[in-house]
Design a protein around this ligand. Sequence first.
Ligand SMILES: *[C@@H]1O[C@H](CO)[C@@H](O)[C@H](O)[C@H]1NC(C)=O
Ligand SMILES: *[C@@H]1O[C@H](CO)[C@@H](O)[C@H](O)[C@H]1NC(C)=O
Length: 223
Amino acid sequence: MKFLLGLFLFSVLLTTGASIECEICKGVNNCTSERQICPEEYYACSSSLLENSKVKDVYMAKECAHPEICLFGVITMTDGNGSHIRQVATCCEEYACNPAAPILPERNTRANGKICPGCSSNKGDCSAAVTECIGSETYCVSYVTLSEKNVVIGSRKGCIREGTCTHLKTFDGGIFHDVNHVKNVQCTPAVAATTSSSPPPPLSFPLPFGFLLLALLLMKLLL
Ligand SMILES: *[C@@H]1O[C@H](CO)[C@@H](O)[C@H](O)[C@H]1NC(C)=O
Ligand SMILES: *[C@@H]1O[C@H](CO)[C@@H](O)[C@H](O)[C@H]1NC(C)=O
């Protein structure tokens, strides 16, 4: 519904040649700014919170956006053993509107027994470490971020929810407050972490074999 409304407004704006205006700012927990005119391809104002375990503070960004960023709900990724990144965004699509305050729910910190390669880099490819997945993250994701000129800027690998990964494959935009578009998204089911490899029970193979020998011996004796 909202999407249709967005499309409708978008077409109205296109035909009238007007663009919407949004606050564009970034700050710790909250930010505010004068409104600026958005580029025509962006027809929503978004307000989003970003939590990154590698950064002390939660950041808010307000920007001109494609409303699809709001269809994800909370994007949560464990992008290294013990490190994670999360984002939630709200959007509004009317002229000079104010998006609702986004809220990041408390993070589930329970390991779910699955593992993925995890890493992140804003300088090209990253080398992954075995990463324990958390909560409902049952898929492994890998993606790169590309500049407008299709140059690889960064990369991220880690545990993610299946639905988020599927959605990312068709998403043409940036996440985690990164303007560079997410590309080459790969989604694979996370594998179970192997419990400390216990040797097979010592008698499982020799036992029937032993009985066979005994039986043969008895037959020999009886004949
Ligand atoms: C953020 O700042 C604006 C402007 O000062 C204020 O109106 C709004 O209530 C604040 N939002 C939150 C969630 O603190
Ligand atoms: C991940 O980190 C936890 C907590 O530090 C540690 O217990 C666990 O062994 C680590 N797992 C891997 C696969 O390195």
